[in-house]
Every structure is written in C-alpha cells, then in structure tokens.
Write a protein that binds this ligand. Structure first.
Ligand code: EPU
Length: 419
C-alpha cells in the first residue's frame, strides 16, 4: 500500500486551485438516475469515491462516459439492474444515495445496508423512514435494503436529526413523487443546495434548499441536462489550515468564500490574516505562531465536522489550550491518538478533546484511519521535525485530488512511495 512521506518544517507559500466538491459530486451522480435523458456533469474531482460511484452506476447498466476534462456523461436509460452490491457499499457509504432515485424512478431498489464505520454508527433509519412515509415498501433481508413502490406519494416529513445524505435521498425521491413533499429540519449544507440546483436544471420543482424547510413539487419526469459541481469547501479549509499551521501563506482559487465562514472565523481567531475575493481566499500567518481555538462541530452553517481533525492539528502546535467538541459523530477522534505519537498533548473526555499546544511536533510513522483524519496527519507532518511516513493513504485518495502535487506547488516536501 502506498505511503506519503513528508519532511516537515517548511512554511508553505503559494497558490492552488480547488477541485469540485466530493460530497456534491456523489449525490449529483446518483441523481442522474432520475433523468430520462443524458446528463453531463462537469468540475468533477478525480477521486476514488467518484470512481466508486461510477462503478456502481456502471454495474447497474447505466451508460457512463468520461472525457479528458473529467466531464462525465450519464445516461440512465440503459439501466438493467436496480442493485447496489455490498462489495461497493462497504467501501463507500455514500452509495446509499442511489436508494431514493432508484425507488422513485424505477419502483425498485436493492441496496446493501452500510455497516459500521470508522467514525461512528451512521445509521440510515431516517432515509428509510422517509421513503416508507412516501409509500415505499421496505424491508431488510440478507443485509440488503429491499425497496419496492408504485409512484411515490408526496409527504410531510420532519427529519429526526439533521442528516445530509438523508435530506439528499429524500429530496431526490420527492422530485418524481405524486404531489408535494415538505422536508422539515432539512440539512442546509451547500452540497444540498448544489444538488437542488442540479435537479432544478433537469426540471425538478424545489424551493427552500439552503434553509431547514425544503419544498418539492413532484413532476412526471426529469430530462437530461448539464451542470458543473460547486468547489469543495472542505478541501478549501484543509489547504488554508496548511498555510496557517506552517506559519506560511496560502491562496486558494476557484472556491466559494461564503461557504467557509465558520472556518475563516476560526482562522482569524487563531491569528491569521484572512483576505477574500469573489472566488479566492488567502490566509497569511507568516512570522507568527497560531493561537489555540475552541471548536464545536454542528450542522452547517456552524463549524463542520469534516474540518474538526484539521483544526485539531492546528491546535497541537498553537499557543494555549484549545477545546474541541465533536457533536456529529461519536468516534471521530482517532487522529488524536496518532498525533499524540508525534508529541501532541491531547486529553480526551468523551466527545471532547483538550489540546495543549506544544512548541514542536516530531515525525513518527502514523496511520490514516479515515479521510479527514488522514488530512490532519498530513497537516501535522507538515510542521513536525523530521520525516513522517503516513500509511493507509487510500483514505486520502477518497477525498483529496492530487494532494501531493498541490502541496508540492505550495513548497512542501512530500512524496508518495509505493509500499
Ligand atoms: N443519522 C442518523 N440516522 C440517519 C442518518 C444520519 O441517526 O438515518 C445521524 C448520523 O449517525 C450522524 C448525524 O445523523 O450522527 C449526521 O450524519 P449525516 O447523515 O449528516 O452524515 P452523512 O450524510 O452520512 C455527510 C458527508 C460526511 C459528513 C457528514 C456531516 C457525504 C457523502 N458525506 O455524511 O462526509 O461528515 O455529512 O456533515 O455527503 C467526509 O467527506 O469525510 C464525510 C464523512
């Protein structure tokens, strides 16, 4: 298995381009199942999770073609099976996003039930209950969610917990339902809004995306179309923290500053000079050591759980004590244990991590356990003294396009070694 090898201690300085958002691309590709004509999706990031989604669609008989610019054309009219196998779902939980579209458009879906996950239990009960309320007959058999339905009926759904993919699945299903669906306590993440905008270009009638009340008027059919995915706000935040943690300067372009307000607020609190334009952000921490910050993760627009590990890395070398409270996932602190091996002073109490900043981290072999945890280990390695080897980096390749090239562009000494 490949490793990343990083020589720490260089203040990053430079500019990089942000890729399309993984967590918008995945629901949008699943949403292509709803259209009865070809759909072209642009600004797609080159990532393992995107490849998995393409494999999933291809395995059902959906025609998927990719051009050299990573524009993907999906035509669901060739579908033969309505099936998401365990082999793929176990590698990517977001495969569950095909459930809503399949049942709404084709009246049947057999989707493997995702199992446990490295960051928490992550049940899908809200997805299932919502579809049942819309008239689907669903039961679990042999580890699969088996769903059957005639045309779904619009329903008023109050989501028990704010769930991103749950909101997306139900919003997609509702586009073709008979009548109106109201999603209360809906997720407000930018990726939900991007999916809604995508579905609207195909003819869906959706209002309120970006608020906690989304209203969908079902239509008879969705047509083909073309759409470009929004920039990745988590990749954006990760590179900005890379600038701050190395006391450097990083400018990211092709991004959406309005989607990272909570992260920029924390970077300012940490002492960085943050400047923004329409599509770029610059973080400048040159000549300074960051100050510790307190973080509490919560659904958008509050501080994202997907940036928690990266901010924890910043706190490990900051001046002062920072408290991190993780409210979304119950087991998302694995990176803390690895960062301790690099000399970080971290105390864990349930869902709270208390991090006392140290003057320096030292390189150590570390293990990536999930996507964002791996990103935080890369960040810690960028400041650690010596050469850090990060193992199991397939986690990083799921969500960060060309991470070593981008970091090299900023001056980092990083390379991938086959293991
Ligand atoms: N939950 C339930 N029941 C459900 C669904 C969710 O109890 O039916 C709970 C979860 O267990 C969790 C909370 O609700 O405690 C929120 O989870 P959510 O459903 O919002 O997470 P998700 O949709 O599975 C997406 C992202 C994650 C991101 C979370 C939170 C995608 C493909 N994934 O997951 O991204 O952390 O929202 O923002 O959009 C990542 O990119 O590294 C990643 C893990």
């Amino acid at each position: 298995m490949d490793k990343l090898q990083i020589h720490g201690g260089i203040a990053l300085d430079g500019e990089i381009r942000i890729s399309g958002a993984k967590n918008a691309t995945l629901p949008i590709l699943a949403g292509c199942l709803l259209a009865d004509g070809p759909v072209t999706v642009g600004n797609v990031p080159h990532l393992q999770d995107v490849t998995t989604m393409i494999e999933l669609l291809g395995g059902m008989g959906v025609s998927v073609t990719i051009d050299e610019k990573m524009r993907i054309e999906v035509d669901a009219r060739t579908i033969k099976e309505y099936f998401a196998p365990y082999q793929l779902v176990k590698t990517m939980r977001a495969s569950i996003l095909v459930l809503g579209p399949l049942i709404a458009r084709f009246g049947q879906a057999d989707v493997s039930l995702p199992g446990g996950c490295a960051i928490g239990a992550r049940p899908v009960n809200i997805h299932v209950a919502g579809l049942q309320a819309m008239g689907a007959d669903i039961h679990i058999e042999n580890g699969y969610i088996k769903a059957r339905a005639g045309r779904l009926r619009g329903a008023k759904l109050v989501l028990e917990t704010v769930t991103v993919t749950g909101t997306e699945n139900l919003m997609m299903a509702a586009t073709l339902a008979d009548g109106q669906t109201v999603l209360e306590n809906a997720a407000r993440e930018p990726e939900v809004v991007d999916l809604a905008n995508f579905l609207i270009t195909l003819g869906a009638k959706i209002t309120g995306a970006g608020t906690d009340r989304i209203v969908i008027e079902g239509v008879e059919r969705l047509h083909g179309g073309s759409y470009d995915v929004l920039p990745d706000r988590i990749e954006t935040g990760t590179y900005l923290v890379a600038g701050a943690i190395t006391s450097g300067r990083v400018r990211v372009k092709n991004t959406r500053p309005d989607h990272v307000d909570a992260v920029l607020g924390k970077l300012r609190e940490a002492g960085a000079t943050v400047t923004t334009g329409d599509t770029w952000i610059e973080v400048d921490m040159r000549g300074r050591r960051p100050q510790s910050v307190d973080i509490r993760t919560a659904p958008y627009p509050a501080f994202p759980t997907d940036m928690q590990a990266q901010m924890a890395a910043l706190n490990t070398i900051a001046n002062g004590v920072g408290t991190i409270i993780e409210t979304i996932f119950e087991n998302r602190f694995m990176h803390m244990l690895e960062m301790r091996r690099m000399g970080a002073e971290i105390r864990l109490e349930g869902n709270t991590a208390i991090i006392k900043g140290v003057e320096r981290l030292t390189a150590a072999p570390v293990m990536a356990t999930d996507l964002r945890a791996s990103a935080s280990l890369v960040l810690a390695a960028l400041v650690a003294e010596g050469k850090t080897d990060i193992e199991r980096i397939y986690h990083i390749d799921r969500g960060y396009e060309a991470i070593e090239e981008k970091l090299q562009q900023l001056g980092a000494r990083i390379r991938r070694t086959p293991g």
